[in-house]
Design a binder for this molecule. Structure first.
Ligand code: SAM
Length: 197
């Protein structure tokens, strides 16, 4: 797989709209720090899925998740929306040797990257599964920037369908007193919810 092709795919799926700045970020601090297994997974996904490989979380977001999990000393995590597993492998590589990915109970961290129309249902379930002080992270909360664009601008149907769901999720989470909130402009938008009670 040609490096240029990989690079173009990464530029597609990141919210930041300056190609030069994205290129700088990826080449300077992301690709040199990407775990070899993640690199292989990313390249194999591009090879197999072409356009839809954009569903993998991008490299900069994977690095953020990895550092974040280590800072939290997360041990029990959960993921909804696996695809080829870029975010799941990023998480697994960041967990300590006694970390667990599957047990039910009180989770430190949950990453949600599945069907956007069900994010609010997942939120009600996850708010119970994740412990107080734990994090639920929702991916794609800027939906390729369309959340800030008029509906009539949406040409691609998958963008149009997801946009209203994501706007509803963002409004709901912003008003949810059970969580502390940070919407991070990385990848396609990553909303971190820290359970307060
Ligand atoms: C954007 S992709 C996930 C990408 C993944 N996080 C990564 O970094 O490689 C969304 C995934 O969610 C899955 N999905 C969609 N609806 C789902 C559902 N109701 N339950 C479980 N998975 C679902 C899709 O099959 C797809 O694999």
């Amino acid at each position: 797989m040609a490096a240029n092709h990989d690079h173009e795919k990464d530029l597609d799926k990141i919210i930041l709209k300056s190609p030069a700045l994205l290129k700088y970020i990826l080449e300077t601090s992301c690709y040199p720090r990407e775990h070899e297994q993640l690199k292989q997974l990313r390249e194999a996904t591009i090879e197999k899925y072409q356009f839809w490989s954009l569903m993998n979380v991008p490299v900069d977001e994977g690095l953020l998740l990895s550092m974040f999990l280590k800072m939290m000393n997360a041990k029990k995590t959960l993921e909804l929306g696996v695809f080829t597993g870029y975010s799941l492998l990023s998480t697994a590589l960041a967990l300590p040797a006694d970390g667990k990915g599957k047990e039910e109970g009180s989770f430190d961290f949950a990453f949600v990257d599945a069907d956007k129309q069900n994010y609010l249902k997942y939120h009600e379930l996850l708010i119970k599964l994740v412990k107080v002080g734990g994090i639920i992270a929702y991916d794609n909360t800027l939906w390729f920037g369309t959340v800030a664009e008029p509906e009539e601008m949406m040409k691609e149907s998958y963008l149009r369908e997801g946009r209203n769901d994501v706007i509803e999720v963002n409004n709901y989470l912003a008003a949810d007193p059970r969580v502390e909130l940070a919407l991070v402009s990385i990848g396609d938008g990553l909303t971190l919810c820290r359970r307060l009670y």
